[in-house]
Design a protein around this ligand. Structure first.
Ligand code: OXD
Ligand code: MN
Length: 599
């Protein structure tokens, strides 16, 4: 419903809190036009037509990529900006040492002048959305106000937008408000602020997904993690997958990996032929975020709050992730990929090469010969935004209102050394220690240097909405509240040999690690008791049809005590940051690890 008239149309909701907040944002931002998103197909067509007309969207090959478009962002706005992402809790101590903090009063004082009049000449879109299956008791309502048509279009894919959300909200329901403006896209006037006490988000100056699609990182992780701590559930940066064994039994896994470390690929894994023939199957529930609650049966149940995938394009090919490619063949918004003269999206690692004399238009819009390899054609953090429902390997349970029961939790990252292919924690508490000490090499998903090893606890370093020490304590608490807790595992697909080559082929072959975890969960698989956890010997893995020399498999699984010994000082330094708020159980786990390594 678009309202550009002096006599306002009646709004499509009677929710007084929502109406008051929209009126306040209209007063502040002074848009020319107000549009309440209803989620209809007509609305989608109008958004697309407007963006094609203003040049912010480019058509792709209509027959090969029906309903697909390319968007090029401002080159200064291509990734999450952790340095200007703030947790605005009343007390600085509650944001903790891993977050940037601004007082709520300072944040309002800084951002109010930026929002003041920022939508003059623009449309203000009100986007009511549901995170989680519509009608699920575990889903939650958000409302985003934005002046970006790209955001309005993307939110339709990533969440359930419009009338369904307003119906679920009703006249008295609660919602998480998020105010967003692209502003002038000036990096010096860019802020992503979260007010966990008020459950409010203010984001200014960026149109990039992670900063601007407020349902995703801002609500479903930062605000939701703070809500979850208070309410006894968990909001995690995790994929969700369903493993089916040859007998048809299904086991559900949740896996935390930092951004751009293969969550989408693992969630959409295609079994290698030898295992597929036996009947092993992987289906996707989600690729980025999990909300998990203790069920009445004492197990941990998870939903995927999202409705789409905002995946990293480079490296996605028929070999690495054919399911992602199939998902993105229609109704997909590509951002910052390259395009051929025929209108085919292209990126590095897509698995096919244009003719050597072909021309491509790169992510900045410059057309140059493919032979000019002076810089990448697609941005390393170029993305696809695609509806989950199009994924060929989507589980039929992906929208079950009660979620799926989780039997195994995985923690993984990009480690060249030290962490073996897979290990099982001795206990929930030891699993929390593994999550709390996770480290990974940084990627292009966030602005800043890539390839730098950093501690990224639970893959939540950029996403935890409160003090990380309290978050560790929450995980420990949850262990006491889950009568039948999942087993916890650590994985590393990225270990290298002395020459810098990967020891393990990854992708579909990672199923072999999942099968071992499944065996452990069922109480069948055997493992070697090492100082760092329970590790399979090569003979414990299902290796039929694997084309990797035995010594490389053994090296991928090896636990080298000298490497782990070198971790200790760094873990101590990492833990020291949390001061008094580091749970003593984790100090105890560290001391126990040191003792086991000495023994
Ligand atoms: C993402 C991220 O986009 O983690 O999912 O950056
Ligand atoms: Mn993510």
């Amino acid at each position: 419903m678009t309202d550009a008239s002096p006599t306002p149309l009646p709004p499509p909701t009677q929710n007084a809190a929502l109406l008051a907040w929209v009126a306040e944002c209209v007063r502040l931002c002074q848009p020319d036009t107000l549009h309440w998103c209803d989620g209809s197909e007509d609305e989608k067509a109008a958004l697309i037509a407007g963006m094609l007309a203003d040049g912010s969207l480019h058509p792709l090959h209509a027959a090969r990529f029906p309903g697909c478009y390319l968007h090029r962002s401002n080159p200064n706005d291509v990734a999450r900006v952790e340095q200007v992402t703030f947790i605005c809790s009343e007390l600085e101590a509650d944001a903790g040492p891993t977050n940037n903090w601004m007082s709520p009063a300072d944040a309002r004082a800084k951002l109010t002048p930026l929002f003041d009049g920022c939508m003059r000449g623009r449309t203000l879109y009100v986007i009511p959305y549901v995170m989680g299956p519509v009608g699920s008791p575990l889903s939650k309502i958000g409302v985003e106000i934005t002046d970006s048509a790209y955001v309005a279009l993307s939110m339709r894919t990533m969440t359930r937008v419009g009338t369904a959300a307003l119906e679920q909200l009703g006249a008295n329901g609660e919602f998480v408000p998020g105010l967003h403006s692209i502003g002038e896209l000036d990096p010096a006037r860019r802020f992503v602020c979260h007010f966990p006490d008020e459950r409010l988000i203010w984001s200014y100056g960026s149109g990039y997904g992670g900063n601007a699609l407020l349902g995703k990182k801002c609500f479903a992780l930062r605000i939701a993690s703070a809500m979850a701590q208070g309410e006894g559930w968990m909001a995690e940066h995790m994929l969700l997958l369903e493993l089916t064994d040859p007998q048809g039994a299904k086991t559900y896994f949740a896996g935390a990996f930092p951004s751009a470390c293969g969550k989408t690929n693992l969630a959409m894994l295609i079994p290698p032929p030898a295992l597929a023939t036996q009947g092993w199957q992987v289906r996707t529930i989600g690729d980025d975020i999990a909300w998990m609650h203790v069920g009445t049966d004492g197990r941990l149940w998870a939903i995927n709050p999202e409705a789409g995938f905002f995946g990293v394009a480079p490296g996605t090919s028929h070999q690495t992730n054919p399911n992602a490619l199939a998902t993105t063949e229609r109704n997909t918004l590509f951002t910052n990929v390259a395009v051929t003269d025929d209108g085919l999206p292209w990126w590095e690692g897509i698995g096919w090469e244009p003719e050597t004399n072909a021309f491509l238009t790169d992510w900045k819009g410059n057309r140059r010969p493919f032979s000019d390899q002076s810089e990448p054609f697609a941005h390393p953090n170029s993305r696809f935004t695609a509806p989950a429902a199009q994924c060929p390997c989507l589980s039929p349970h992906w929208e079950d209102p009660q979620g799926v029961p989780i039997s195994g939790i995985l923690f993984g990252g990009r480690r060249n050394t030290t962490v073996p292919l897979v290990l099982e924690a001795f206990s929930w508490q030891h699993g929390v220690f593994l999550g709390a000490t996770m480290a990974s090499r940084t990627t292009a998903a966030a602005a800043g240097a890539t390839g730098v090893l950093r501690r990224d606890p639970f893959a939540m370093l950029p996403f935890c909405g409160y003090h990380m020490g309290d978050y560790f304590a929450h995980w420990l608490q949850m262990g006491l509240r889950i009568p039948r807790p999942p087993a916890v595992f650590q994985v590393n697909w990225f270990r290298k040999d002395a020459d810098g080559s990967y020891l393990w082929p990854g992708y579909g072959e990672n199923l072999r690690a999942l099968i071992w975890m499944n065996e452990r969960i069922a109480g069948r698989g055997s493992a070697v008791n090492t100082p760092v956890g329970l590790v399979p010997s090569p003979g414990d893995l299902h290796l039929a049809g694997l084309d990797v020399p035995a010594d490389r498999v053994a090296a991928a699984l090896q636990v080298r005590t000298e490497e782990w010994g070198q971790e200790i000082p760094d873990i101590k330094e990492h833990f020291a940051r949390f001061g008094e708020r580091l749970p003593r159980e984790l100090r105890g786990e560290l001391a126990a690890l040191e003792q086991r390594l000495r023994d």
